[in-house]
Design a protein around this ligand. Structure first.
Ligand code: AMP
Ligand code: TRP
Length: 327
């Protein structure tokens, strides 16, 4: 029996290079080792306002990008969260077993409160409960996530443990797994902040659908410093991040990379990095264009995915209801 992997991606903007290098590419590469469930988490996306037409577009882009990056919908279950109603129902049930204190300690929530103060939605607060429901419905063993999501997987384990303690063995405890290289790709303009979907239009992020020229230009303009030598030095966040992107894509060692650019300046390195990124994304973009040429293809994939996910989720929820006394 293969171990089950579950991961989710939020359709809250156009997918960017950090998503690809930190998550999607790895999911695709490890697909045959595991029994995979990948979810377009639209209910998580609406915890912060998204224009309806844009949300629809992002769901399509996200789905198309996963397939273009190598996720095979015949091998992996690929579906849209809101199509499987069991996610919302289990999230509500889990709410009743999660103390407020656990939620209030979540870093992502605290950051949003900083930004939005009292306007922060209850959905943002409750986000980890829905994420726990996503994971627990599928008896997940492994959750591949970026650094920032680890805390949410820990909370998932905590609530699963508490539920199991009260009602007897019901949920499997998932393990979060983060990659070593590429787990945190930083922005190009401000390399102290993570590259993110919400800044897709700016020089901070490279969108997966950016044109070749835009990609090259964003990299050439990326913030560095006044030094010259192309070396992995964490105290120089700009060049360090660019080198990390190069390393993640090429899979070469730090030593080999430093040797290759020995005696050259930042400009030469940035040019080379531009080529490497363009080349990688070109493949993905080509495949994306083929997939989206037929407008009904993505819908049919998501429908098939929901048909496969629903019976699994339904069985787990029935068990939960029975245990609680709702069944
Ligand atoms: P999100 O864009 O927040 O929906 O994240 C989807 C997946 O991409 C998660 O596994 C994230 O941890 C990962 N991810 C997002 N941004 C980055 C980044 N800048 N570097 C590495 N991984 C990222
Ligand atoms: N919260 C995750 C993120 O922002 C997305 C997500 C939702 C997720 N449900 C999940 C990731 C379940 C892993 C497993 O990246």
């Amino acid at each position: 029996m293969k171990k089950r992997v579950f991961s989710g991606i939020k359709p809250s903007g156009s997918p960017q290079l950090g998503n690809y290098l930190g998550a999607i590419r790895r999911w695709a590469a490890e697909q045959d080792e595991y029994d995979n469930v990948f979810c377009i988490v639209d209910l998580h996306a609406i915890t912060e306002y998204v224009e309806p037409a844009e949300l629809k577009q992002y769901i399509r882009e996200q789905t198309g990008m996963l397939i273009a990056s190598g996720i095979d919908p015949d091998k992996s279950i690929l579906f849209q969260q809101s199509h499987v109603h069991e996610h919302s129902e289990l999230a509500w049930i889990l709410n009743c077993y999660i103390p407020m204190g656990w939620m209030q300690r979540m870093t992502q929530y605290k950051e949003k409160v900083e930004e939005q103060k009292e306007q922060v939605s209850v959905g943002v607060f409750d986000y980890p409960s829905l994420m726990a429901a996503d994971i627990l419905l599928y008896d997940t063993d492994i959750v591949p996530v970026g650094d920032d999501q680890k805390q949410h997987v820990e909370l998932t384990r905590d609530v699963a443990q508490r539920f199991n303690y009260i009602y007897g063995e019901t949920f499997k405890l998932p393990e979060p797994v983060t990659g070593e290289v590429g787990a945190r790709i930083m922005g190009l303009e401000d390399p102290t902040r993570k590259m993110s979907k919400s800044e897709g239009g700016s020089g901070q992020s490279i969108a997966l659908l950016d044109s070749e020229n835009v990609i090259r230009r964003k990299i050439m303009r990326a913030t560095t410093d006044s030094q010259r030598d192309v070396v992995f030095d964490e105290s120089r966040p700009g060049i360090f991040n660019l080198l990390t992107i190069y390393q993640t894509i090429t899979g070469e060692s730090r030593n080999d990379i430093e040797n290759r650019f020995h005696g050259k300046g930042y400009g030469d390195f940035k040019k080379a990095l531009g080529e490497v990124v363009v080349e990688t994304l070109h493949q993905v973009q080509k495949r994306y264009a083929e997939i989206t040429a037929d407008p009904s293809y993505l819908e049919s994939i998501l429908k098939k995915g929901a048909d496969k996910a629903t019976p699994i989720a339904r069985e787990k929820l029935a068990q939960v209801r029975e245990r609680i006394g709702l069944g």
